[in-house]
Design a binder for this molecule. Structure first.
Ligand SMILES: *Cc1c(COP(=O)(O)O)cnc(C)c1O
Length: 358
C-alpha cells in the first residue's frame, strides 16, 4: 500500500472552538484526508490542512450526481483514547454505494488507516462529554470534466471531521406520507448517495408545512409498508416486541439499526425484521399495544417519536423514562465511552501513530 502522507497545518483553529457551543455541521477540524482516482487506480493519499476545492464547470458529479457519502463518529474513552465504532461496516457500505453508482470501490485498508491517522491527528477536536463526538464524513464524487451521461473515469475521495456537541434529540413528529416516496425496488434507496437526500427535500418541506418534523416513508408501490425516516431507521414496540422493517433494497442498512438489533436480542427482547403495514401500526396505536416508536442513526443514536399521523389518524405518545429507547441509547453511548463493556468488538481504539514520523 502506498503510504499516506501527512502535511500538518501551521495554523490550527482549535483555539477558537467553544466545546460548549458547537454549531452542528459547520465547524470542521483542521485537517482532511484526500485521495484521487485516475487511470484506474487510487493515488495521492494525503492528510492535509482543510482546504477549498476548485471545480471545473463540467464536473460530472455536479451534473449527473455520482456522489456518495458515509456518516460515522469517533468518541473518547473515559481514559482519553479516541474510539471508532464498527469502521469496517462503514467501509463495506461506502463500497456497496460505490458499486451501485458505478463508482470505483475504495480499498478498505487505506480507508481504515486514513481514519486512524486522521482521528489520531484530530484527537483534541473530540469533545470530551458523553454523547458528544467527532463526526466523520467520508465521501466520494466524480471529477471528470466533461458533459455527458456516463460513469466518470476520475474521482475524489475525502474524509472530513466535525466536532459535534452532546446531541439531545428532541422527540420527533412523523407524517406517514401517501403521496411522495423515497425509494422503489430496483432504485438506489440502499445507497447513501446524494440524490436520495435532494429528492427528499421537497416532500419533507411539505410535511413541515403541515406541522411535522419528518416524513415516515411508505413503500413506493402500495404506499402501505413502513420504510424509514429521514436519515434514521425505525423501530416499533408492539406488545413488548420490537419490530423494524426488513432491509430488502429500498431501505438504508443502518449500522445503528444492526447494532441495536444485536443488543436488544442479547438483552432478551424479541426483535422481528419484517414487512410492517402502516395499518398494523395504527391499530396498535388505537388499542394501546403500541408503546414506543423510535428512530436510529449515527447522528442521534436513538430519537423518540412523540407523534405519528397517517391519513385521518393522528396519535401523540407519552414518553416514559424507562423506555427501551432510553435503555438502548445508554448502552450504545456507554460502549462508546468505555463505561459499558463492548462484548461485540465494535469499539476500535484509534492506533496512535505518534511513533511514525511525518
Ligand atoms: C445514514 C442513514 C441511516 C442510518 O444509518 P446509520 O449507519 O445507523 O447511521 C438510515 N437511513 C438513511 C436514509 C440514512 O442515510
Amino acid at each position: 500500500m502506498q503510504r499516506i502522507k501527512i502535511t500538518r497545518t501551521s495554523n490550527s483553529s482549535i483555539d477558537s472552538l467553544d466545546f460548549n457551543n458547537i454549531p452542528f455541521g459547520s465547524t470542521f477540524s483542521d485537517h482532511m484526508f484526500e485521495a484521487d482516482y485516475k487511470d484506474g487506480e487510487w493515488c495521492n493519499f494525503e492528510i492535509k490542512p482543510l482546504r477549498r476545492l476548485s471545480l471545473h464547470p463540467g464536473n460530472a458529479a455536479l451534473h449527473y450526481g455520482q456522489s456518495i457519502f458515509e456518516g460515522m463518529k469517533a468518541t473518547k474513552h473515559v481514559d482519553g483514547t479516541p474510539l471508532l465504532f464498527r469502521p469496517e461496516m462503514h467501509s463495506e457500505r461506502i463500497n456497496a454505494s460505490a458499486d451501485r453508482m458505478c463508482m470505483p470501490t475504495f480499498p478498505e485498508d487505506v480507508f481504515l488507516e486514513a481514519l486512524h491517522m486522521l482521528v489520531d491527528l484530530e484527537r483534541d477536536w473530540i469533545p470530551p462529554t458523553e454523547g458528544s463526538a467527532l463526526y466523520i464524513r467520508p465521501f466520494m464524487f466524480a471529477t471528470d470534466e466533461a458533459i455527458g451521461v456516463r460513469p466518470s473515469k476520475s474521482y475524489k475521495f475525502i474524509i472530513c471531521t466535525l466536532p459535534v456537541g452532546p446531541y439531545y434529540p428532541k422527540p420527533v413528529s412523523l407524517y406517514a406520507d401517501t403521496e411522495y416516496i423515497r425509494a422503489a425496488h430496483g432504485g438506489v434507496g440502499e445507497a447513501k448517495t446524494a440524490g436520495n437526500y435532494a429528492a427528499s427535500l421537497y416532500p419533507a418541506k411539505k410535511a413541515m408545512e403541515k406541522g411535522f418534523d419528518q416524513i415516515m416513508w411508505l413503500d413506493a408501490k402500495e404506499h402501505k409498508y413502513v420504510q424509514e425516516v429521514g436519515t434514521m431507521n425505525i423501530f416499533f414496540v408492539i406488545d413488548g416486541k420490537l419490530i423494524t422493517p426488513s432491509t430488502t433494497g429500498t431501505i438504508l442498512k443502518g449500522i445503528t439499526r444492526n447494532s441495536i438489533i444485536h443488543i436488544l436480542r442479547d438483552e432478551g427482547y424479541q426483535v422481528e425484521e419484517r414487512l410492517i403495514d402502516i395499518n398494523e401500526v395504527i391499530s396498535a396505536a388505537k388499542d394501546g399495544s403500541l408503546t414506543e416508536i423510535f428512530g436510529t442513526g449515527t447522528a442521534a443514536v436513538v430519537a423518540k417519536v412523540d407523534r405519528l399521523a397517517y391519513q385521518s389518524d393522528d396519535f401523540s405518545f407519552e414518553l416514559q423514562e424507562d423506555s427501551i429507547a432510553n435503555k438502548i441509547k445508554a448502552i450504545i453511548n456507554g460502549m462508546r465511552s468505555g463505561t459499558i463493556e463492548d462484548k461485540y468488538g465494535w469499539v476500535v481504539p484509534v492506533k496512535s501513530l505518534a511513533a511514525k514520523s511525518v
